[in-house]
Design a protein around this ligand. Structure first.
Ligand code: NAD
Length: 248
């Protein structure tokens, strides 16, 4: 129970990587707030946490909406469990298309949801973390931010931006006892990658030395490490959880 006494907020916890992260941090003793974009989703998260024996709740949050973020932090403070000591910025979307077909709406939606959201969520959490002189922030980036991917200029820009943001914020808040890191998954078996056809999945696997897609639990283990005692002296880093894709 190495995370006992911590309050963890995980955005986009209704499914996939976010759900696995929320459950793993909870199993390690944190009180967990998992966010969803709907009331039904928030209730489902609450039920999943309870079923796993984890203390916590689901809450509604749209990270792409500044007013929703502000209301979320207000409710956390007023209704409990209180301001986070661990923040995992996981919520994200893709809107894939080649640049010459990409309208501004597809560009803005991804930048807003995947990058500007991190700016907002960190600002909301940091005042309390700075006062307490402790905190852990983990941003979920992507292999695409480092390698690029045709059809994902918007997503790659957001995820690469997230890495620069992570390094810069780590420098700003290190003296306050707060670490800021990123975890960059490769191809993980979630709804996001299930949308790919079988041929495309097989082509991806050809680039993965470990010979399989990752699981949400593979990513959750890295996040939990950075949030726990083992991550105490690590900041500004990106851990790549991608089965060795860079070596292929
Ligand atoms: P997913 O689509 O299964 O889950 C995304 C989550 O984000 C959902 O819970 C969704 O409700 C939430 N979300 C979307 N828009 C939101 C908004 N405006 N406000 C709040 N929540 C919102 O995806 P996933 O595969 O679990 O991805 C989770 C994170 O991991 C994302 O940031 C994604 O970019 C990143 N990632 C995934 C992969 C992969 O292969 N699956 C690889 C690299 C990075």
């Amino acid at each position: 129970m190495e995370l006992k006494g911590e309050i963890a907020v995980v955005t986009g916890a209704s499914r996939g990587i976010g759900r696995a992260v929320a459950l793993e941090l909870g199993r390690r003793g944190a009180v967990v707030v998992g966010t969803a974009t709907s009331e039904a989703g928030a209730e489902a998260i609450g039920a999943a946490l309870a079923e796993a024996g984890v203390e916590g709740r689901g809450m509604v949050l749209d990270v792409a909406d500044a007013a929703s973020v502000e209301a979320f932090y207000g409710r956390l403070g007023a209704e409990g469990p209180g301001m986070p000591t661990i923040l995992v910025n996981n919520a994200g979307i893709t809107r894939d298309t080649l640049l010459m077909r990409m309208g501004e709406e597809d560009w803005r939606a991804v930048i807003e949801t995947d990058l500007t959201s991190v700016y907002r969520m960190c600002r909301g959490a940091l005042r309390a973390m700075m006062k307490a002189r402790r905190g852990r922030i983990v941003n979920i980036a992507s292999v695409v931010g480092a390698m690029g991917n045709a059809g994902q200029t918007n997503y790659a820009a957001a995820k690469a931006g997230m890495v620069g943001f992570t390094k810069s914020l780590a420098r700003e808040v290190g003296s306050r006892g707060i670490t800021v890191n990123a975890v960059a998954p490769g191809y993980i078996d979630t709804d996001m990658t299930r949308a790919l056809g079988e041929a495309q999945r097989q082509a991806l696997l050809d680039h993965v030395p470990l010979g399989r897609l990752g699981t949400p639990e593979d990513v959750a283990a890295a996040v939990a490490f950075l949030a726990g005692p083992g991550g105490a002296y690590i900041t500004g880093e990106t851990i790549h959880v991608n089965g060795g894709m860079y070596m292929a």
